[in-house]
Design a protein around this ligand. Structure first.
Ligand SMILES: Cc1cc2nc3c(=O)[nH]c(=O)nc-3n(C[C@H](O)[C@H](O)[C@H](O)COP(=O)(O)OP(=O)(O)OC[C@H]3O[C@@H](n4cnc5c(N)ncnc54)[C@H](O)[C@@H]3O)c2cc1C
Length: 456
C-alpha cells in the first residue's frame, strides 16, 4: 500500500489529497498541518475581520470529511525532510517514511528586520489566528498603523478600521499599489480609503516600532516624526515557505521549480500552491501565483500524478496554467485582475521587485513586450483597462462594474485574435466596454463550446 505524505493542509494540500483518494482507494494519505484547523478559506479571513462571515463559515471541509475519506490529518509541523531517504520528522518526535510527498507549505508574510518587530501588537495577516489577533488588538487599540501597499495591506487597514480604531496606512510611494494600478485606478481606491476614514501617508517609511513593557506604543518614521499607536500591521509581501527544502539540492528559484506534472527535480517530491513555481505560457518562464484557484488546480494535478509515481508509472496529467485571475473587494469597490496587465514601475524598481502581495501573481506586473498597446475607459468608480500584445488581449484590470470580467477572462484565456477590432478598441472615441462586449458576443457565437479552453 502506497503512503502519500502531504505537508500543508491548505487549498493545494487538500485538493491533492482528494485527487489521490479518487484514484487510489486504499493508499495511506497523511496530511501534516501546522495550523490546528481543517481546511478553511484563507482569502476569507479578510471578510472575517470585517464581520461579514463567521469563523464557522470559513471552514470549507469539516473534520468529518477527513475521516470519511480516510485521510489522516495530523496537527503539528514537519521540522525536517530528507527527500533522498523519503522520510519526514515531526515536531512531536514522530518519523514518517513515504512513497511520494507533496510540499504544499504555502507562503508567509515577510517580516522586515526593524527594531521593535517582535513587540506585542505587531501583526501579519496569514492565518485564521492572525485574523483573530487583528480583531482583538484592533478592538483594544486607539490607533493602528499598517505598512504596505498591496491587497493585504488594504485588507488589514480595512480590518483595523472596522474595529473602530484610528487607522494609518503608510505608503512608500506617492500612490497606492503602483506595481499594479495606473494613476487613475490608484486614485479611485485612495478616494474610497479616505471615505472609510483611513489616514493615508505618502512617501513614508517606518524606521522603528516603538514599545514600552514589551508592547507597541508607536512608530518612528524615517523623517523623524512619530505616530502613536498600539498595533502595527505589516503587509509588505510574502515569501514561499521553502525552509524544509532549502538545503535539499532540488531546483529552487523563488519557489520550487516544478515540471508540467508538478514534480520537483526529485521524482518523489511534488510541490503545489504558493510554494511552487510553474511554467507560464504567456511569459515563457516559471512564475509564482499566490492565488487560491491556482493552488486548487495545481494541488489536483499533483495528487493525480503522485498516484502514478507511487504505482511506478510515469505521471500522465500535465498542468496547464491559466491566466492568473483574482476578484476582490477593496473598500466597497470590486476589483478583478486577469492575465498580464503590465507594470507602471520604473525599471530600477522592477529589478528590485521581489516580494509578491497576497492574492496576486508575478505575471500581472511583468513588463509588456512585443507589439503592445493599452486601452482604458473610466466613469466614476468604474474603470476598465486592457493590455493588447500582438493583436490579442493578454490582460485586464476592472474596478467597479464587473460585467466584463467573464468575457475578458474568456478572450484572454482563449488568446482570441482581435483582427480589425484592435484599432476600434484603441480609438479614442470608442465606448470600450461596449466594444469589448460586442466582440466577445461575436466570438462566442462563432466558437463552439468544444473549441473553447476549459477554464473559460
Ligand atoms: C488575507 C489573505 C487574502 C487573500 N486573498 C486572496 C484572494 O482574494 N484571491 C486569491 O486567489 N488568493 C488570495 N489569497 C491567497 C491564497 O489564500 C493562497 O494563494 C492559497 O491559500 C495558497 O494555498 P496553499 O495550499 O499553497 O498554501 P496555504 O493555504 O498557505 O497552506 C499552507 C499550509 O501549510 C502549513 N505549513 C507550512 N509549513 C509547514 C510545516 N513545516 N509543517 C506542517 N504544515 C506546514 C501552513 O501552516 C499552512 O496552513 C489570500 C491570502 C490571504 C492570507
Amino acid at each position: 500500500m502506497a503512503h502519500y505524505l502531504i505537508i500543508g493542509n491548505g487549498a493545494a494540500g487538500l485538493s491533492a489529497a482528494e485527487a489521490i483518494r479518487r484514484r487510489d482507494k486504499s493508499g495511506r494519505i497523511t496530511i501534516v498541518s501546522k495550523e490546528p484547523y481543517p481546511l478553511y478559506s484563507r482569502p476569507g479571513i479578510a471578510y472575517l475581520v470585517l464581520g461579514r462571515v463567521s469563523e464557522q463559515q470559513l471552514i470549507t471541509r469539516p473534520l468529518t470529511f477527513y475521516q470519511e475519506h480516510d485521510i489522516d490529518l495530523h496537527f503539528g509541523a514537519v521540522t525536517r525532510l530528507d527527500i533522498q531517504a523519503q522520510t519526514a520528522w515531526l515536531d512531536n518526535g514522530d518519523v514518517l517514511s513515504y512513497d511520494v510527498c507533496l510540499l504544499a507549505t504555502g507562503s508567509s508574510a515577510v517580516r522586515p528586520r526593524l527594531p521593535g518587530i517582535d513587540l506585542d501588537g505587531v501583526v501579519t495577516f496569514d492565518t485564521l489566528d492572525d485574523a483573530k489577533t487583528v480583531i482583538a488588538k484592533g478592538r483594544r487599540a486607539k490607533a493602528a498603523v499598517v505598512v504596505g501597499g498591496g491587497i493585504t495591506a488594504m485588507e488589514l487597514a480595512e480590518g483595523f478600521r472596522h474595529q473602530r480604531t484610528t487607522t494609518h496606512l503608510l505608503l512608500r510611494r506617492d500612490r497606492i499599489w503602483p506595481r499594479l494600478f495606473d494613476e487613475h485606478e490608484s486614485a479611485i481606491i485612495e478616494r474610497q480609503i479616505r471615505h472609510e476614514g483611513i489616514k493615508l501617508h505618502y512617501r513614508t517609511e517606518i524606521a522603528e516600532i516603538l514599545g514600552a513593557k514589551g508592547k507597541v506604543k508607536g512608530v518612528l518614521l524615517k523623517d523623524g516624526s512619530t505616530i502613536k499607536c498600539q498595533a502595527v500591521g505589516i503587509a509588505i509581501g510574502v515569501r514561499p515557505n521553502l525552509q524544509l527544502v532549502k538545503e535539499s539540492g532540488i531546483k529552487l528559484d523563488r519557489g520550487v521549480i516544478v515540471n508540467d506534472f508538478m514534480q520537483s527535480s526529485h521524482p518523489t517530491l511534488f510541490a503545489a500552491g504558493d510554494v511552487a513555481q510553474v511554467y507560464d505560457r504567456w511569459t515563457k518562464g516559471h512564475q509564482l501565483d499566490v492565488l487560491w484557484p491556482s493552488a486548487i488546480n495545481e494541488g489536483r494535478t499533483a495528487g493525480h500524478n503522485m498516484v502514478d509515481v507511487a504505482m511506478g508509472r510515469p505521471p500522465d496529467q500535465p498542468y496547464r496554467k491559466g491566466s492568473p485571475f483574482n476578484a476582490a473587494m477593496l473598500f466597497g469597490v470590486h476589483l478583478s485582475v486577469i492575465g498580464r496587465v503590465g507594470s507602471g514601475m520604473a525599471e530600477e524598481e522592477e529589478q528590485s521587485m521581489y516580494y509578491l502581495s497576497r492574492g496576486s501573481s508575478f505575471v500581472w506586473t511583468m513588463p509588456l513586450t512585443g507589439n503592445h498597446h493599452s486601452a482604458w475607459d473610466s466613469h466614476g468608480l468604474t474603470s476598465v483597462r486592457i493590455a493588447i500584445v500582438d493583436g490579442r488581449i493578454i490582460g485586464a484590470l476592472l474596478l467597479g462594474n464587473q460585467s466584463l470580467a467573464d468575457p475578458l477572462r474568456q478572450l484572454i484565456e482563449n488568446e482570441v485574435p482581435l483582427g480589425e477590432t484592435e484599432s476600434n478598441l484603441l480609438a479614442a472615441d470608442t465606448d470600450l466596454p461596449d466594444a469589448i462586449m460586442e466582440f466577445w458576443r461575436r466570438w462566442r457565437r462563432r466558437t463552439p463550446l468544444s473549441n473553447r479552453r476549459a477554464r473559460a
